[in-house]
Design a protein around this ligand. Structure first.
Ligand SMILES: Nc1ccn([C@@H]2O[C@H](COP(=O)(O)OP(=O)(O)OP(=O)(O)O)[C@@H](O)[C@H]2O)c(=O)n1
Ligand SMILES: C[C@](O)(CO)[C@H](O)COP(=O)(O)O
Length: 225
């Protein structure tokens, strides 16, 4: 819905960023990695932008139609993947709105989880002092930051476990904001893998400016795939 982006000329994943659209940057590391054999791009049911992108006809990519909430879109993607996926296949879920994923982080995620039975996610440790406040923004307490991490994407899980977890939460109307939370609801414990804090999500308008700076500094090429 992009509520936090405020009014924009188009959905945030299609906004122009450093010579490409946001979603093209988000897809690039997945398209480049040999282990990502098939990519399902989940579109909004009223999407009118995807078909005009150069990447729309990429042979690795198929599309599915998403739902009202992020979790509904993830379930739609999993259902589309179901046709060719085996129970133990790895499934990577990434936000279209995260255009600054470094190839090295993707490699680290695969390497650190390759022998894991559950799977896990890229995340960054909380570095600031944390304050919990009341309704009038007065500090109630300082929350210890040790062992607190910020969840990023991609998140990597076995297909069978992730499908069960997302279905389990949907049936109970338990709204999850990431896949790891659904896995946790099954009583399992996803592994965090340290990722670069530059892997930001385009959530607020100022994030576009920051993403442009990050991509510029990384020297990535904006030539279409
Ligand atoms: N129904 C939805 C809602 C969101 N997303 C995707 O989930 C990712 C993270 O979305 P986020 O920025 O957290 O949420 P939005 O709903 O897009 O924005 P907001 O919460 O500000 O409304 C984005 O790549 C977005 O395209 C999705 O696939 N299906
Ligand atoms: C999955 C996610 O990007 C991890 O940070 C995030 O939870 C997406 O949803 P949100 O609406 O920004 O919480």
């Amino acid at each position: 819905m992009s509520r936090r982006m405020g009014p924009q000329s188009m959905p945030k994943q299609y906004l122009a960023l450093a010579g490409r659209r946001v979603i093209e940057w988000s897809l690039a590391p997945l398209l480049d990695h040999a282990a990502c054999r098939r990519i399902i791009v989940v579109l909004s049911r009223d999407d009118v932008h995807w078909a005009s992108l150069p990447v729309a006809n990429h042979p690795k990519i198929a599309i599915a139609i998403g739902g009202d909430e992020r979790a509904d879109s993830v379930r739609a993607g999993l259902t589309a993947a179901c046709v060719q996926a085996n129970e133990r296949d790895w499934i990577l879920v990434h936000d279209a709105a995260r255009p600054c994923l470094a190839a090295a982080d993707l490699v680290r995620l695969f390497e650190q989880l390759q022998d894991d039975e559950v799977g896990g996610l890229l995340a960054t440790p909380v570095v600031d002092t944390l304050k919990q406040v009341d309704e009038s923004q007065r500090v109630v307490q300082t929350v210890p930051r040790e062992r607190l991490w910020r969840a990023l994407t991609p998140q990597l899980f076995r297909f069978g476990i992730l499908m069960r977890a997302m279905t389990h939460c949907a049936k109970r109307q338990f709204a999850v904001t990431d896949e790891a939370q659904a896995i946790e609801a099954l009583g399992l414990r996803p592994q965090v893998v340290a990722g670069d804090a530059d892997n930001i999500k385009i959530t607020l308008p100022e994030d576009l400016v920051r993403a442009a700076r990050i991509l510029d500094a990384s020297g990535q090429d904006a030539t279409p795939e």
